[in-house]
Ligand binder design. Structure first.
Ligand SMILES: Nc1nc2c(ncn2[C@@H]2O[C@H](COP(=O)(O)OP(=O)(O)OP(=O)(O)O)[C@@H](O)[C@H]2O)c(=O)[nH]1
Ligand SMILES: [Mg+2]
Length: 333
């Protein structure tokens, strides 16, 4: 499932260096000719697609990108140094538009794709260029040109990598609201969530992974009950599911089975999709009974690890995320 991540950035290329006025000074040459060199070019700004990035999260913090200016020309016709281009890394799939007109400037699809977004200013000319028969000692030079400056809108279609599933009221929306900046509606009745909510959760490396809070699943959903069929469409492309179960439910094992059963009934390989089963709202459970409950769920879930968390009370969320990163093959720092 997709949603659009957006960022606005300002890019400014470097100004060209000025040309200079200088004259040759050599032994035995009384009046040397003009020798002022040209200014160097200002640095360009380029966007480069990088497969290590998944979201535009970084651009929420840094929005202004300025490339360096070209250097002034030197004596003896030496040209000033040009600025090294400023490369801004963006995720693969980023579309770049001019903010003012909305015109598409480019699409960085594959890793390594580059797009010039602001050209550096040309360097000015030194006086060496202005030598003529009429003027043997020109004092003329030109200034470097300003670099281009643009306001850009970056857009990226994000794929949710992690889907949060479970019965209605399990606490799915609450979980995404504490893990990300998403602010879905949360209420103590079923089917509060009718369309998925997406949130970007920061990885240990600083980049983000998209989580989707999926509408509640009920028995018969595979046949279309509740929001059944939408559900399939939403989670088909996720890589990992977090199956949330309300630990305070009167029938925790029954709740686990209902959802697991529906995954099987859906087919499309959903029941093979890696998933983390997680009991939530654990602060509502008697602490003496919790370990027994966790082992019972673990046993029913084929011995796979079961995490016990509370989104509302912020308990063991770090452990949950560690497990998510591990499952996705993302290294922790
Ligand atoms: N005590 C406690 N209550 C929680 C916790 N997480 C969620 N809740 C409450 O459980 C109720 C349902 O939470 P939601 O996050 O809306 O549940 P949901 O799974 O998104 O529900 P649907 O969208 O209807 O499928 C709300 O009243 C929440 O405040 C928790 O960790 N502890
Ligand atoms: Mg919800």
């Amino acid at each position: 499932m997709q949603f659009i991540d957006q960022a606005r950035i300002a890019v400014k290329a470097g100004r060209g260096g000025d040309g200079i006025v200088a004259f040759r000074r050599e032994k035995y040459v009384p009046a040397g000719g003009p020798s002022g060199g040209d200014g160097g070019r200002g640095a360009d700004v380029l966007l480069v697609a990088d497969s290590n990035l998944q979201t535009l999260l970084d651009f929420k913090y840094k929005r202004l990108f300025q490339a360096i200016d070209g250097r002034r020309g030197g004596p003896n016709r030496s040209t000033g140094a040009s600025g090294t281009p400023l490369l801004i890394k963006v995720p693969c799939g980023t579309e770049v538009r001019d903010t003012r007109t909305g015109i598409l400037l480019g699409d960085l699809t594959d890793a390594g794709d580059e797009l010039l977004v602001a050209a550096g200013g040309r360097g000015g000319l030194g006086n060496a260029h202005y030598l003529s028969n009429r003027n043997r000692a020109p004092e003329k030079f030109t200034e470097g040109r300003e670099g281009e400056e643009w306001l850009l809108r970056l857009e990226l279609k994000l794929l949710a990598e992690v889907g949060i599933i479970g019965l209605p009221n399990a606490g799915k929306s609450t979980l995404i609201s504490v893990l990300s900046a998403a602010r879905p509606k949360i209420a103590d009745y079923p089917f509060t969530t009718l369309v998925p909510n997406l949130g970007v959760v920061r990885r240990p490396s600083g980049d983000g992974t998209v989580f989707a809070d999926i509408p509640g699943l009920i028995a018969g959903a595979a046949q279309g009950a509740g929001l059944g069929h939408d559900f399939l469409r939403h989670i088909e492309r996720t890589r990992l599911l977090i199956h949330l179960i309300d630990a305070s439910s009167s029938d925790v094992l029954g709740d686990l089975q209902v959802v697991e059963q529906e995954l099987l009934a859906y087919g499309h390989g959903l029941s093979d999709r890696p998933r983390l089963v997680s009991l939530t709202k654990i602060e509502l459970v008697d602490p003496d009974e919790l370990p027994g409950l966790v082992s019972a769920v673990q046993e029913a879930h084929g011995g796979l690890p079961v995490l016990a968390i509370s989104a509302a009370a912020s308990m063991r969320l770090k452990e949950l995320l560690s497990a998510v990163w591990q499952q996705l093959g993302i290294k922790e720092l």
